[in-house]
Design a protein around this ligand. Structure first.
Ligand code: ADP
Ligand code: ZN
Ligand code: ZN
Length: 813
């Protein structure tokens, strides 16, 4: 560990874009290492900072000493600092908040200002002379002390800065700075050890004797374990310690995120294609940065390739990071990796509690975990000496983080591998257009697995035209006679069926039977979905819900027709069609509780489920050997999205779902129901023909100058007031156009599209506008946005209108 003294470079957890220099005073000299968190003064506040290293910039005017060192050990290795810098720069995000985002949650110490109404203020609030906004603020404070940030949030209008100042001066309010301490801590557990063995035991009570007896057999025992044998142990241990019989020690323990023990397995012999892929990749293990695209059809044994490359990496003393798109998948891959590699595997994802996440993080830092598996945020796993980064199902859109720091973990994997000088393997049966394009331009090397393992056949896919059943009533419209017959045959043979429908809930389109209006979300421009199990209408964008007994907002009629098919309704109608079949459903609603995914997967694995109904969750990576029929209820749901990637996503989804069939010894088949049988995405998916799909799609992208031929940045402008938002969007739009005109030579190829109203005009009460910037020259595009932001800084940090910069956007609506 490198100890720093003198001047250090610090990123603070605030929305500022550069780092700062601080002084390390004498008492902290031995503790201020790169990667540790510290408490620093910043303006009038104290905030968390992260030490990056010795300061490179000593011309900062005012230098202040740090106030405290918050960690005994660094939370990330110094090698991650360039990674953080790259992210902040590329995704236009404040550097300290990049670090904050990367670290496990709940670790931050920050200061907030608490505002309390005084007795005087209480009296003053009745005064007639107050301005309307002053009245609102005082009214809010009557309810009790309030944090400043909460006050801003609760009061939906501008609070003049002078107002609070004047209140304070008049003695109406007091302002107190309070420090919020970290909520996540290491867990300590009590252990006992045998003390003085010469003390007489026979005069002790029976339970006490039992405790001493236990200790004689073991070196040390956790008190919790003793309690299982001697229930009153907790009360007996202290007196025994005082008398010298034993010693008590507090030791750090790790919260266990793993469900149950797993039987170890041994690596199977690889087939020739797998062998070739593994040795090709491993050839470059100590040769610096080498990116690969593992293009392998579903069921071709990609996971086995990952594991054998990982084994080679571990042999060389280097570390392994595996990214998977969803928690639902982690459980499977995690089990396979743990069966192979045992205790050195750790998992990182948002399904863990804050404490568990912190513990897993620490295991990596201490070198106890050498393989980490996780969802997108695991790209920040604090590894020093990475040997390989694996991104499974690299095409998956869930690698893109929306909301705060808008990064793409798949792209970051490539960046991190470059910085770490190691190999990176992006794997998929349906590679993204972007990644395959990188193969054709020789940026990535391709590893191919063209056949399923053990010569299993790809499933036979039949297309059924849904237009034939347009006039059918009820469920017959969606379970066509072909599908129903195939299901019956499959079930009769004792095999399993998977039904895919990419829409959860009971009815996705509730409509008033009297006036014909759809039931809409109060806060979004979207229809509600009926969730019968939870007796509510829900909005899938903002979480708004209302009782299932609600009546029409427009005419008050209680007669609501539940149109639109969701997984819940599908599940219900199946129990009517196939009386004896055991049906399970896997979607976000049935998997929110911890352990529920494992339970559903287990049901499929041990054949206590006959039909599995699910959303895209079931499409991803699962390996169910006894599923021989896959029914795709409606293949078109994602095709009509106003998004240039709609075709790509549809193809991927269909090919992936189809790939769940016939993974065991028996051949599989797929029935694909669609309203667009002629569409090239559908026919390419039918033929499992990635190449023909790619050829069509890439020429379409080229013709319209879409990625990968251009890069995009989208400005997402949103606010609660429709007029103010529109005005601000136009203002930013003007800035864009002016900047381009003023530097026309430099930004020649840059295209500005918009501002336009987003196709989802409102989400969670916020009105949404967009500006799309497109350029074949990535450097110029980034320079443009940097210049724009620095020249119009205040318009990018407006209090009520959010202007988010989305680099390489995925969610364009
Ligand atoms: P993919 O990830 O490409 O869809 P998997 O890695 O899940 O495929 O492999 C499919 C199945 O084949 C798994 O049950 C796996 O254990 C098995 N398998 C993979 N490689 C081999 C091999 N070389 N020999 C025997 N079985 C294998
Ligand atoms: Zn109505
Ligand atoms: Zn909503």
């Amino acid at each position: 560990m490198k100890i720093l003294s003198g001047y250090i470079e610090v990123a603070v957890a605030l929305p500022v874009f550069h780092t700062f220099t601080y002084i390390v005073p004498e008492p902290f000299k031995d503790h201020a290492a790169p990667g540790t968190r510290i408490l620093v003064p910043f303006g009038r506040r104290r905030v968390t900072g992260y030490i990056f290293g010795p300061s490179r910039n000593s011309d900062q005017k005012e230098l202040k000493p740090i106030l405290d060192v918050l960690d005994e050990q660094p939370l990330f290795p110094p090698g991650m600092v360039p990674f953080f810098r790259w992210i902040a720069d590329y995704y236009k995000y404040p550097i300290g908040q990049v670090v904050k985002n990367a670290l496990p949650g709940g670790l931050n110490v920050y200061e907030y200002s608490l505002i309390t109404l005084t007795e005087q203020g209480r009296r003053a609030h009745k005064s007639e002379q107050l301005s309307p906004v002053a009245k609102i603020v005082l009214n809010q404070l009557l309810a009790g002390p309030c944090r400043l940030s909460k006050l801003y949030k609760k009061i939906d209008q501008k609070i003049p800065a002078t107002l609070l100042y004047n209140f304070e001066q008049s003695g109406w309010i007091t302002r107190k700075w309070e420090l919020k301490r970290a909520s996540t801590k290491a867990r300590l557990e009590r252990f006992i050890r045998l003390g003085d063995t010469s003390l007489p035991v026979d005069r002790l009570s029976k339970p006490r004797q039992k405790i001493i007896e236990l200790l004689k057999n073991e070196n040390e025992i956790a008190v919790n374990k003793v309690k299982a044998v001697v229930p009153t142990a907790a009360a007996l241990i202290k007196p025994l310690e005082s008398a010298g019989y034993l010693t008590i020690e507090h030791k750090r323990v790790y919260r266990d995120p793993f469900g149950e023990p797993i039987k170890p397995d041994v690596a199977p012999a690889l087939n020739r294609e797998q062998q070739r892929a593994v040795s090709h990749a491993c050839q470059y293990l100590n040769e610096g940065y080498h990116p690969f695209l593992l293009n392998g059809v579903t069921g071709s044994g990609k996971t086995e390739v990952y594991m054998q490359v990982a084994a080679e990496v571990l042999k060389k003393g280097r570390l392994v990071l595996v990214l998977v798109p969803e928690i639902a998948l982690i459980t499977q891959i995690e089990r396979r990796f743990r069966a192979r590699f045992g205790e050195c595997v750790c998992v990182l994802h948002s399904g863990l509690s804050a404490g568990e996440r912190y513990d897993q993080w620490t295991r990596i830092l201490l070198g106890e975990a050498t393989v980490a598996i996780g969802a997108r945020s695991a790209i920040f796993a604090p590894f020093g000496n990475l040997g390989v980064i694996i991104v499974d199902e690299e095409h998956d859109a869930s690698y893109k983080q929306e909301g705060t720091l808008r990064y793409n973990a798949r792209d970051l994997a490539v960046v991190r591998a470059k910085q770490n000088e190691c190999i990176v393997i992006l794997g998929s049966a349906t590679p993204s257009i972007q990644s395959y394009y990188n193969v054709t331009t020789n940026k990535f090397a391709e590893l191919t697995l063209s056949k399923r393992v053990e010569a299993r056949h790809l499933p036979d896919i039949r297309i059924v035209d849904l237009r034939q059943t347009r006039d059918a009533r009820g469920i017959q419209r969606f379970i066509t006679s072909e599908l129903q017959a195939a299901m019956k045959e499959t079930l009769d043979r004792g095999e399993q069926v998977l039904l895919f429908l990419n829409r959860r809930g009971y009815a996705s389109f509730p409509v008033c039977g009297a006036c014909g209006e759809a039931m809409r979300c109060k806060y979004c421009d979207i229809t509600l979905t009926l969730h019968q199990r939870s007796n509510a209408y829900r909005c899938h964008y903002c979480g708004y819900s209302r009782a299932a007994t609600s009546s029409c907002d427009i005419c008050g009629s209680a007669k609501i027709k539940h149109l639109g098919l969701g997984t819940e309704k599908l599940e219900d109608s199946l129990t009517a069609l196939f009386k004896n079949a055991r049906v399970a459903r896997m979607d976000r609603d049935t998997t929110s509780r911890k352990g529920s995914i494992i339970k559903i997967l287990k049901g499929v694995k041990n054949n206590s489920t006959d039909i599995l109904v699910g959303t895209q969750m079931v499409a991803k990576g699962h390996d169910f050997p006894n599923i021989t029929l896959v029914g795709i209820i409606c293949a078109d749901l994602s095709l009509s999205f106003p998004d240039f990637r709609a075709g790509e996503r549809t193809f991927q989804l269909l090919a992936q779902v189809a790939g769940r069939a016939g993974r065991g010894d028996r051949p599989g088949r797929v029935i694909l129901q669609t309203y667009n049988p002629e569409h090239f995405c559908i026919s390419a998916a039918r033929n499992q023909d990635f190449n023909s799909f790619y050829q069509q799609e890439i020429s379409f992208r080229q013709a319209l100058a879409y990625p990968p031929f251009t890069r995009m940045i989208q400005l997402k402008i949103s606010g609660k007031d429709p007029h103010e938002t529109e005005k601000h969007a136009n203002l930013i739009g003007d800035h864009c156009h002016n900047l381009k005109i003023n530097h026309s030579a430099h930004y020649q190829s840059l295209k500005i599209m918009g501002p336009i109203e987003a196709s989802l005009t409102r989400i969670a009460g916020r009105y949404r506008w967009q500006i799309l910037l497109k350029d074949s020259n990535a450097g110029a595009l980034h320079q443009f946005i940097n210049q724009l932001r620095s020249e119009c800084h205040s318009d990018f940090s407006h209090r009520r209108i959010q202007v988010a910069i989305d680099v390489d956007p995925v969610f364009l609506m």
